[in-house]
Unconditional design. Structure first.
Length: 103
């Protein structure tokens, strides 16, 4: 049978698409990669406690334990202290620039 150029291209494209989908389906059946590095039981148990507290505080933020955790994590510097420190740093930088211009 004689095919025109367009028919040959369409047939080749159809075969390529079928092969692509077949390869995709077969690779989905492949064995998944197994994680060989596993944490020990102690690490797993230690993380369960932290995860449990985090999930509990999402659903019950008024709980005493959640309030205690929140109170422990106070910022070391208030916003006003931070702004004051940044302004002092910029003032010192301005002084250094002025000093270097005068030299």
């Amino acid at each position: 049978m004689h095919y025109t150029h367009d028919q040959h291209t369409a047939k080749a494209l159809a075969i390529a698409v079928v092969l692509f989908f077949a390869a995709t389906m077969l690779s989905g059946c492949a064995k998944p990669k197994v994680n060989t590095k596993q944490d020990g039981i102690i690490e797993s148990l230690a993380n369960m406690s932290k995860a449990g507290k985090a999930i509990g505080c999402v659903f019950a933020p008024w709980n005493k334990e959640c309030q205690r955790i929140k109170d422990e994590k106070k910022p070391h510097q208030t916003q006003e202290e931070y702004i004051k420190e940044v302004n002092e740093d910029f003032d010192n930088l301005d002084k250094e620039i002025e000093k270097s211009k005068s030299e």
